[in-house]
Ligand binder design. Structure first.
Ligand code: NI
Length: 169
């Protein structure tokens, strides 16, 4: 495993529509492992392949329901993720992004989502998420379509140190 270099705006790879994952081969497994390591090192709660310069529809997310307790975090590796259902209801929340250093923004997201994707072996999975996790998935899947949270933000600001602990992906 290796830590990959995170790319920042205005790198054009962040603005491209990423390509479908079609090969779940050894190179793909290496990319998945590297992205997990890069996300943990950053640290971030999620990372999309374009953020390490690979224009592929692949995201990794690692999420714990409660940061304070010792319950293990759940790791998601999602290839070709697609929302298949979402709530009408939206929720405003604060986001930041590893590829957009020094900015935070308030973004409205669907409150609940259901998505389908393939896991790292190419098997179909369906995932339901709400609240924070639903937000992280929406932020990551946006990266696959060249969308950055600042495109959707109703308000953008430069947070004071510590304020961006809220969401970094
Ligand atoms: Ni991001």
């Amino acid at each position: 495993m290796a830590i990959r270099k995170i790319v920042f705006v205005p790198d054009e790879v962040l603005r491209r529509k990423a390509k479908k994952v079609t090969a779940f081969d050894a190179d793909f497994q290496t990319l998945v492992d590297d992205m997990i390591e890069t996300m943990r090192d950053a640290p971030g709660v999620g990372l999309a392949a374009p953020q390490v310069g690979e224009s592929l529809r692949l995201v990794v997310v690692e999420y714990g329901e409660d940061e304070e307790d010792d319950a293990p975090k759940k790791l998601y590796v999602l290839a070709n993720p697609e929302f298949i259902q979402h709530s009408e209801e939206t929720e405003d929340g604060i986001e930041a992004c590893l590829s957009v250093p020094g900015l935070a923004g308030e973004v409205s997201r669907w409150k609940r989502v259901m998505l389908k994707a393939q896991n790292r072996r190419g098997q179909l999975v369906k995932i339901k998420a709400d609240g924070w996790l639903a937000r992280v998935f929406q932020h990551e899947i946006d990266h696959l379509d060249g969308i950055i949270f600042t495109d959707r933000a109703v308000k953008i600001w430069q947070p004071s140190p510590g304020e961006v602990d809220l969401l970094r992906d």
